[in-house]
Ligand binder design. Structure first.
Ligand SMILES: [Zn+2]
Length: 300
């Protein structure tokens, strides 16, 4: 009896832990019919069939991001159609009907719909036919941030790969000269820092997470240098766009200071940002190599 009791408690604990690790939302009966019992909603009835807003489609059950609005197209079939998924987010499996290919959420295995190939709708020749009820749309909230932490090639390269980042551009800011060239910034006389302007979706990554990541991909304790690069243009600086960003940046520095870091990072109001010459953009992607003085070090 006692053993049985322990087994029941153990099983319950396991169920709670598993559902917690996937952050599963409780489903309504209509959602269950599709997501768990693999039903199909009637065509032209789903709320996202005609949705053309920019944003990200997440799994209704576990909130994992599955599809980008930029991959959505109008197939006329009556269900939301996408010609690509977010890498690794969707799993394909043979449907029990033996003919179609079912698509499920890779994280929670919730049923999404089916995928069809070779229909010539788009260049990718793929149609993920997804039930609206399996999805939760989160609109794009476009925001801007500017960071300087040594050679911009490395900062741009690592930030660009972060989930939620739309673009990262290398450039110059924080100096006096208008439209400076790389040579003028390198001389140290223009007062600019090599910096990266980031455009991100604040509904996918918060400014706090982004700024913390920035503090973990360069060494914020180095003064006017970063590794082998020496000079004021390689200083560590957060250029805040608004007061909220300023508060977040100061709080991050305070937390690092409390952890014993002698932080040199300045926090300054953003000024004009000048995009750098085109050969500085996507430098490591073009070169096919990794940054020489930037890498991720966990500090939070
Ligand atoms: Zn899911």
């Amino acid at each position: 009896m006692k053993k049985r009791f322990i087994l029941i408690i153990g099983t319950l604990f396991l169920i709670i832990m598993t559902s917690h690790s996937q952050n599963k939302r409780e489903l309504t009966p209509a959602e269950r019919r599709v997501i768990i019992d693999k039903g199909t909603e009637a065509p032209f009835t789903g709320k996202y069939n005609n949705n053309k807003e920019a944003g990200t489609y997440h799994c209704k059950q576990c909130n994992a991001p599955l599809y980008k609005s930029s991959d959505k197209f109008d197939s006329g079939c009556g269900w939301p159609s996408f010609d690509d998924e977010i890498k690794g987010a969707v799993t394909r499996k043979r449907d029990t009907d033996g003919q179609r290919v079912e698509i499920i959420c890779s994280n929670c295995e919730g049923h999404l719909g089916h995928v069809f190939l070779g229909e010539q709708f788009t260049k990718k020749n793929t149609r993920h036919c997804v039930n609206s009820i399996s999805l939760e749309f989160i609109p794009l909230k476009r925001e801007r941030a500017i960071f300087a932490g040594g050679c911009f090639w490395g900062v741009e390269h690592l930030i660009e790969q972060q989930w939620g980042v739309i673009s990262a551009v290398s450039g110059y800011t924080g100096g006096k000269l208008k439209n400076p060239t790389y040579e003028q910034v390198c001389s140290g006389l223009s007062g600019h820092a090599e910096a990266v302007e980031v455009v991100y979706d604040a509904n996918q990554i918060s400014y706090q997470k982004l700024a913390q990541f920035f503090m973990e991909i360069h060494d914020p304790t180095q003064v006017d240098r970063q590794g082998p690069d020496i000079g004021t243009q390689y200083r560590s600086e957060i250029f805040y766009i608004d007061d909220e960003q300023r508060k977040v940046a100061l709080d991050i520095i305070k937390r690092l200071t409390q952890k014993g870091f002698d932080v040199a990072t300045r926090v300054t109001k953003a000024q004009e940002f000048y995009k750098a010459e085109s050969y500085h953009q996507d430098y490591y992607v073009k070169k096919g190599s990794q940054p020489y003085c930037h890498s991720y070090v966990k500090r939070f």
